[in-house]
Design a protein around this ligand. Structure first.
Ligand SMILES: [Zn+2]
Ligand SMILES: [Zn+2]
Length: 241
């Protein structure tokens, strides 16, 4: 029983750290250049993503920038408007990989990303990172619970991303006239990514909330990092009342 408890805590902590690393580092800092992040903070986030998701930075940014260029029209890598909501919710990984493996997409949308020494020699080998991640979980939780916990955290991370790419372009409310939607409970689980309608209106904003009642969990983290001179929001969307 105690093993189950440890495994649940490990999964929740790892999925949340991955969510913050995805939103703050991959999304707001790299893809949209809305944030400056000190390498001291960027490094643990890069390590987190390598160990628990195996994401290739260049691929993620390229696919995401293409999604912004062709949102919900021909050329969008993962649109529920074009493909249907259930296909994106259940098959997001397929749609993501299909686009990520296209060299033309990488050349066009992310020539500036994933080119430093750490990326080229270590972090681009996602499978190696994931094997280390599995080993860490197995050492901490034992082979059985460690293995189960790794699969569950990976499944949850993949599902949350599918919810953003699917549900956040199909269900929910809108502040702005674009095809993306806001889902408050998704924002709580994804470090703020659920304010996706706001994000499509102001893609380069470091803060994803625009109303007083909207909570973007990454924003207090960025404010604290800014206070410590470890980050700096470069653009911030105006507040609406
Ligand atoms: Zn979107
Ligand atoms: Zn974006």
């Amino acid at each position: 029983m105690i093993h189950l408890l440890y495994a649940v805590v490990a999964v929740v902590v790892v999925v949340q750290l991955s969510a913050f690393s995805t939103s703050i580092y991959l999304h707001r800092t790299l893809a949209h250049r809305g944030v400056y992040l000190n390498p001291i903070v960027a490094f643990p986030m890069r390590l987190q993503l390598w160990l628990w998701t195996g994401i290739n930075t260049k691929e993620w940014v390229a696919v995401h920038r293409k999604h912004h260029r062709h949102t919900d029209v021909e050329g969008d890598p993962h649109s529920p408007v074009l493909e249907g909501l259930w296909r994106i919710l259940l098959g997001n990984v397929y749609y993501y990989n299909r686009e990520a493996k296209d060299p033309e997409t990488l050349r066009t949308f992310a020539p500036d990303i994933g080119n430093d020494w750490l990326d080229r020699h270590i972090l681009r080998f996602g499978i190696v990172g994931v094997l280390f991640g599995i080993a860490i979980f197995m050492l901490l939780l034992g082979p059985l619970w460690g293995g189960i916990a790794f699969v569950v955290q990976a499944g949850l991370y993949i599902f949350l991303n599918a919810v953003i790419n699917g549900a956040n372009h199909a269900l929910g409310k809108r502040n702005f006239d674009n095809t993306a939607t806001n889902l408050g409970f998704v924002a709580w689980l994804t470090a703020g990514e659920g304010w996706h309608n706001n994000h499509h209106a102001y893609p380069t904003s470091a803060r994803f909330s625009v109303h007083r009642g909207e909570f973007d969990p990454s924003w207090p983290v960025l404010k604290a990092l800014t206070w410590m001179h470890l980050a700096r929001p470069l653009k911030v969307a105006p507040r609406m009342e």
